[in-house]
Design a protein around this ligand. Sequence first.
Ligand code: URA
Length: 212
Amino acid sequence: MNTSVTVVDHPLVQHKLTLMRRKEASTAEFRKLLREIGLFLGYEVLRDLPLSDVQIETPVCPTKSPVLAGKKLAFISVLRAGDGLLGPMLDLVPSARVGQVGLARDEETLQPTRYFFKVPKGIDKRLTVVLDPMLATGHSAIRAVQELKDAGAKDLRFVCLLAAPEGIKAFTEAHPDVQVVTASIDEKLNDKAYIVPGLGDAGDRLFGTKEG
Ligand code: URA
């Protein structure tokens, strides 16, 4: 199976992304822009949700009109930066269930280890959208998706704001069945595994936790 990778190249997304990348963007601006772009990413990742017609009456006449066919959704935030995409996703689908996966790097193995995992019941029957703004090496995204598959999730998609080519390659090799939606595939990773040109540490910029 070939993974589909979709880059949302809408001019508004690209404009807002440039504003976010700027090092002088404040925490408030960064948060607001991530929320706005998140709406576009959500629009794209959910574009094939099934519809069914219901009978309604407009002020003019009775008509049949489409509504969501009741597909159950789960949005999974990969802590902590994934929380920045949760708000816009829930704006789009307020009834979706929410889970969180917390991963920390084991300093000996350098691999992500799980410190928190809570997902909605019936994950095996839900379209499960995993949220993590930065697909850098891909290690934590790959691990998060594997944990969700181990918990029963079968229909998964992955939403990020930025991806590195290295992360896209590793992720799509590990999970060829999971569609990726991103606003940009940047140039490369640097030797500290930051995305270049990137935007720095997404969690710090979102929560204003950078020291100094
Ligand atoms: N995580 C981030 O927050 N930024 C990067 O550039 C890479 C990983």
